[in-house]
Design a protein around this ligand. Structure first.
Ligand code: GLN
Length: 538
């Protein structure tokens, strides 16, 4: 196994995750089997409890792990199946160490940061190696910035790990910033030098420096200078430019500078040049589509770019599949009312209501769904978006004016969305979330069946507590709501649709976690196609 470690310096938000994922894409297209891992130095045990305002979206894996959104990039950029082994936080590390201490596993020793905490971190690398024997390369990204107190133990663990597995099996890549000082008309290398010095203090000499820069290229003198002061070959100093249109250009950009050649040389492996044709074509379709549609996303975290990351990416994939630019209109659910919905949503070709927790903005979402249902505008609901659609249908079609989810109103006369009986019993333990991939059976002849290419069984990822209340199934079906996919083992509703309309579908799961470039999720593709058709017919 070969190991690549990606650290960051100078400032956060340099696109370290994208750089790591892009290197993964390039290596995969050289014919290597790659998997990726993220180490997050914060103390939360996982990001599951963190607000999207703090940390962007929580990305869910097949095995139910709630992870950092960078793992979403990894799954979109390479064809790997990640598991809970692929994300490790300091919180998790300490939980394990303290658990062992309480069980007496340390046999009376004094438990210390080094070696016990660092051993635990290294163990995760060994475990991932064991679980991915068929892989050639593991890329590990270390969250945060070199010099942060909380990242220190991870870096120390990596130093030890490289010593153990052999330095020639490891490639350390440091991503830094080259700020441009307009007044001096100069790009400054000092912050990069200082952050590399910090790494070398810990005993890590980077092999490659990836410099985030606004400029088009690094001058040879700059590479020489950075190389000399950071102790790396000037050839191993690579520019990482701001991409113009899409994050999917990143692998092409880094490939232009031959980073795959440099990495494989450091690791001592010989592979053919990456075959990026399919990726290049995908990027071409993202950048120069023939058509465009406007799709509103009505949610609570609209102002925050990262809160619905996977949804926005899914629209990019679905747009490319339909040769169409998807212009996202972000609408704050809290400003929509039944009275102003037409005005707030004027000019849209489609609506998506994403997942969410808590009652803020719920009435706005209900009003938005009512508006598109009554005006036959293509609609897709995800998770909370499906629950809201069911509430709207119950209130306005079945006439159950007090219909609600017990998440928002425990005294609702018609709790059309509620907890399952068995969940109520374990509620006090807090372990009630349905997380990860579950199978669903699709009813033939439905829109859902058509979108999934007549498949009868699918596997989709979940992250929610509440469910469609089975007591209302019959009434809803009689009134025209079609339940087009179910989880038969637990008798749960997975997808609902309204056949009388052009496109109205809502699912209890999160399709956005399984959409990929060149393999757009069928529900997103369907929504974009319907929006485009509707626009062209108008
Ligand atoms: N809050 C809802 C639930 O827990 C929906 C969750 C979601 O949209 N992810 O069921």
């Amino acid at each position: 196994m070969k190991y690549i470690f990606v650290t960051g310096g100078v400032v956060s938000s340099l696109g370290k995750g994208l750089a790591a994922a892009s290197i993964g894409t390039l290596l995969e297209n050289c014919g290597l089997d790659v998997t990726m891992q993220k180490f997050d130095p914060y103390l939360n045990i996982d990001p599951g409890t963190m607000s999207p305002y703090q940390h962007g979206e929580v990305y869910v894996l097949n095995d139910g792990a709630e992870t950092d959104l960078d793992l979403g990039h990894y799954e979109r950029f390479i064809h790997c199946q990640l598991s809970r082994l692929n994300n490790l936080t300091s919180g998790k590390v300490f939980e394990q160490v303290l658990g062992k201490e309480r069980r007496g596993d340390y046999l009376g020793k004094t438990v210390q940061y080094i070696p016990h905490v660092t051993d635990e971190i290294k163990q995760r690398l060994y475990d991932l190696t064991e679980a991915n024997k068929e892989c050639d390369v593991i890329i590990t990204e270390i969250g945060g910035t070199v010099g942060d107190i909380e990242g220190y133990l991870f870096l120390e663990a990596l130093r030890q790990f490289a010593f153990e597995v052999g330095r020639n099996n490891c490639c350390f890549i440091h991503v830094t910033l080259l700020p441009y000082i307009a007044a001096a008309g100069e790009t400054k290398t000092k912050p990069t030098q200082q952050s590399v010095a910090k790494l070398r203090e810990i005993g890590i000499q980077p092999d490659i420096i990836v410099c985030r820069t606004e400029r088009d290229n690094l001058a040879d003198e700059e590479k020489q200078k950075i190389g000399m002061f950071c102790n790396v070959a000037p050839r191993n100093v690579v520019a990482f430019r701001d991409v113009k249109h899409s994050i999917y250009e990143c692998p092409l950009d880094l490939g232009r500078d031959g980073i795959d050649r440099i990495v494989t040389q450091v690791l001592g492996i010989t592979v053919p040049k990456p075959k990026m044709d399919a990726w290049q074509k995908f990027v071409g379709r993202v950048i120069h589509p023939a058509h465009s549609v406007k799709i509103a996303v009505v949610g609570k975290y609209i102002s925050l770019q990262d809160a619905y990351k996977s949804i926005y990416e899914s629209f990019t994939h679905a747009g490319a599949a339909n040769d169409c630019r998807v212009e996202i209109v972000r609408v704050d659910a809290e400003v929509i009312t039944a009275a102003n919905a037409a005005e707030q949503l004027a000019g849209i070709d489609g609506l998506l209501v994403p997942g969410g927790f808590g009652d803020r903005g719920i009435e706005g979402k209900i009003a938005a769904v009512q508006y598109v249902r009554e005006n036959n505008i293509p609609f897709m609901g995800i998770c909370l978006g499906m629950q809201v659609a069911v509430i709207e249908f119950a209130r306005n079609v079945l006439g159950l004016t007090d219909a609600n989810s017990t998440e928002f109103n425990t005294k609702s006369a018609d709790p059309v969305i509620c907890l399952q009986e068995e969940q109520k019993k374990i509620d006090t333990m807090g372990a009630t979330m349905r997380l990860g991939a579950y199978p669903a059976t699709i009813k033939p002849g439905t829109l859902c069946s058509k979108l999934y290419n007549e498949k009868t069984s699918i596997l989709e990822r979940h992250r929610h507590r509440y469910e469609f209340n089975a007591d209302y199934r019959e009434a809803c079906e009689k009134a025209g709501l079609v339940i087009s996919a179910t989880n038969d083992q637990h008798g749960l509703v997975e997808v609902v649709e309204l056949p009388g309309l052009n496109f109205y579908i809502a699912c209890q799961y999160h399709p956005e976690f399984q959409s990929r470039p060149n393999d757009a999720h069928p529900l997103f593709s369907g929504l974009v196609a319907a929006a485009l058709e509707g626009k062209q017919n108008n």
